[in-house]
Design a protein around this ligand. Structure first.
Ligand code: GLN
Length: 237
């Protein structure tokens, strides 16, 4: 088996150690004898639809602005094609916002690629910061969030999960993230995958097109401790 991963703008969209998500995917593939191929796609590259998992991390507003233009011009078509054939697309925080329709900052609107039916508006109020715990259909996700954007889901858009602790999409709806088949957006940093190894495996299995049980079990004692620590930090035991 080979996992072909494409990291979008890894040098620009990488705050709160979001690059750790790639390391986690890579290590677990290595431990299982799954071949790993990483392609880093940045500004100016015309993206090709030839990967199993596409990943975009969080970023500052200024970097998001640069990436947004490039995404639309050089990458949106390939990402839409990839999503419709079932490739995994994972966006964290700023990356999640860019997977939606738009990110509005006052009079300015940064366009997204519309893979998720969500819109984000930057709020002048306090940033949504802190430890966060989310109940998704597949399991509990724990981590950290820090965003000024408030994200609204269209009525038919499925969230990733419900907020057990923290703010989530907008601090009010009780919803966190968004999901459409294998396209997933979330505000959870931490980084996300090292603190939620089950999610790393779930995404890997979806990207490879196999059942999660087809992945060899690993000694997850450290990973379980990291997950428990993130839950405790959020006040969930
Ligand atoms: N710049 C975006 C916001 O503040 C995303 C921040 C992030 O990726 N942590 O809402």
């Amino acid at each position: 088996m080979i996992l072909r991963v494409c990291a979008l703008y890894p040098e620009l969209m990488n705050i709160y150690a979001d690059r750790g998500n790639l390391l986690m995917l890579e290590r677990r593939c290595a431990w299982r004898g799954i071949e790993w191929q990483l392609h880093e796609s940045t500004l100016g590259e015309a993206l090709r639809d030839e990967h199993d998992l596409y990943y975009i991390g969080g970023g500052q507003d200024a970097d998001q602005r640069r990436c947004a233009r490039d995404l639309l011009e050089h990458k949106a078509a390939a990402l839409h094609a990839a999503a419709s054939r079932g490739a995994v697309v994972l966006g964290v925080c700023g990356g999640y916002q860019l997977l939606g329709h738009s990110y509005e900052l006052g009079a300015e609107e940064i366009p997204g690629i519309g893979l998720l039916d969500v819109r984000t508006v930057r709020s002048d109020g306090p940033r949504l910061i802190g430890n966060v715990v989310v109940q998704s259909d597949e399991g509990v996700i724990a981590g950290f969030e820090n965003h000024a954007g408030h994200t609204q889901l269209a009525s038919s858009q499925q969230p990733l999960g419900r907020v057990l602790r923290g703010h989530g999409n907008d601090g009010r709806s009780g919803l966190e993230g968004a999901r459409r088949a294998n396209v997933i957006g979330t505000y959870v940093h931490g980084p996300l995958l090292p603190k939620n190894s089950w999610l790393c495996d779930w995404l890997t299995a979806r990207a490879l097109g196999v059942e999660s049980q087809a992945l060899a079990p690993l000694d997850d004692s450290l990973e379980r401790a990291a997950h428990a620590g993130a839950l405790r930090a959020a006040g969930v035991s």
